[in-house]
Design a protein around this ligand. Sequence first.
Ligand SMILES: Cc1cc2nc3c(=O)[nH]c(=O)nc-3n(C[C@H](O)[C@H](O)[C@H](O)COP(=O)(O)OP(=O)(O)OC[C@H]3O[C@@H](n4cnc5c(N)ncnc54)[C@H](O)[C@@H]3O)c2cc1C
Length: 418
Amino acid sequence: MTFRSRFSAFALARNALTGHRNWQAQWRSPEPKAAYDAIVIGGGGHGLATAYYLAKNHGLSNVAVLEKGWLGGGNTGRNTTIIRSNYFFPESTRFYDLALRLYENLAHELNYNIMFSPRGVLTLAFTRHDIEFQRRWVNAIQMTGVDSEWLTPAQIGRCVPAMAIEGGRFPVRGGFLQKRGGIARHDAVAWAYARAADALGVDIIQNCEVTGIASKSGRVTGVETSRGAIRAKKVAIAVAGHSSRLAELAGFRLPLESVTLQAFVSEPIKPVLDLVIMAGHVHVYLSQSDKGELVIGGGTDAYPSFTQRGSYPSVEQTVAAMLTLFPSFSALKMMRQWGGIVDISPDRSAIIDRTPIDNLYINCGWGTGGFKAIPAGGWATAHLMATGEHHALSAPFGLGRFARGILIDEGAAAGVAH
Ligand SMILES: Cc1cc2nc3c(=O)[nH]c(=O)nc-3n(C[C@H](O)[C@H](O)[C@H](O)COP(=O)(O)OP(=O)(O)OC[C@H]3O[C@@H](n4cnc5c(N)ncnc54)[C@H](O)[C@@H]3O)c2cc1C
């Protein structure tokens, strides 16, 4: 892989001496070609990772990523960056753990600092039912060989001194920790994959909206775009909250609901929280960024919508939940708030599959939790596109599960957005 410029201590020092004016653009901005072997629609993490692994794992480099806006401008650049693999069902745990293992070496592999910080993700229990279910959950995770441990309220108090363990409206009764979980810099993940895919010959084309999907005799032949028609032998759709719109262009329907999920950040404060905290029962999750801001999220809006703003009641409910756990945060000012459109499937699990159109593939349904899945989502989608067969880990995530009733019902493990 030949990068336009490699990052290293030496490169940093050399560029510092010239006032950082000589860094090269990290990827090319080519004009679209008339035809490609494969097109990936959507320049978010999943689309970019798919293109990278098509080139790296399968030697396909006549590939384009078409993005209607800017790279990472969708949910990849709007999320709260929690990475973990502690799902309830083995199908999910194994899939997300592939992603986590790829994340662990991603900065090194892609020569880009994605700021992966495996600081630990702590999920809290507040009721006897929470304790029973979460202890079962810990066992289920451990059965797949993935790390997870139960903590008592006293242990949690020592890990998170700022939290009101006993004094809050909902006293904390325990929780479970995945030490390998954590956070990463979201834009950097998109940029790192874009740069590496570009280095392998992939064309990354921004400001190029797909407006139609062309097919002949039931087989995809290309796409219509705001920059003209482009032919392709294979096409993948990886557009998160816009998946049902793209499916409509191709003439089929997906079992998805699109809703807005919000997040917000506080003003920066001194280090106070070095774990990621998830509290499904009261519906909030938060972590502290390297800059000191608290990054906070909660549940989705209660109604389907394609807006990227979000409703006020969700903000109010999320802040109330945070203050239940951290009363001292009531003095904080919030700096920014935003929303993203998430695509939620009936069992809250993702969809990676073929579609009713031959050689047209879909990667969607990540809902509130697909940032953590990006490396594995890209890996498995590339595998399916290149070989025509599912990767063993993505096979359970096909569309057929809804017809056959073999759901991967992660409603509980994904119950609080993350
Ligand atoms: C507020 C919020 C918090 C979240 N927190 C977490 C978290 O903590 N952890 C976690 O794991 N996940 C989280 N998620 C979910 C996660 O962000 C997504 O699942 C993930 O980023 C999806 O990546 P993607 O590449 O599929 O989609 P996106 O990043 O949305 O990329 C899709 C791209 O497709 C483009 N596109 C759409 N239509 C077209 C078209 N017609 N032509 C060309 N391009 C098109 C869009 O512009 C977009 O850039 C959160 C989401 C939100 C909104």
